[in-house]
Ligand binder design. Sequence first.
Ligand code: ZN
Length: 180
Amino acid sequence: MGDSSRLLLAAKFAARMHHGQFRKGADAEPYIVHPLEVARLLSTVGGVLDPDVLIAAILHDTIEDTDTTESDISEMFGSRVCSIVVEVTDDKSLPKERRKELQEEHAPHLSHEAKQLKMCDKISNISDILENPPKDWPLERMIEYVDWGERVFAGLRGANEDLERHFDELVERARRELGA
Ligand code: ZN
């Protein structure tokens, strides 16, 4: 299968798996917009053209948040895509606070590909918080989220200068807008 066909198959598969899920922002966008945005940032801002990495970006939340298994992904998209997705998948059996700590601990040990994907995940999530905040989040929770995002991101640095610059500008704007 050609690269474009694999990419589009991943988009269709992820859209179907995330069906009925919504982003936590006040306008409750369909969840699939987020993984597509992560792949777009990788390619447009990060200059990442490797189709396996873009496919992994589209699929990055499927194991964590849907019924998708590792074998589904490795059978459809190959073991390299699968291993990148697994690297960025949180262990949902752990409490949320522990999962957040582990993201900080694991970041420096991720592969180069997974680091770049994770950078775009953090960029997408923080810009969503700014553009379209969840309606029940007080300001201090938004500030805490940006602080945590920065700590995770610190462990990813060195993997892609363009994404780092984009992140730094976003956080600067976030701090200005949130008054933090
Ligand atoms: Zn994500």
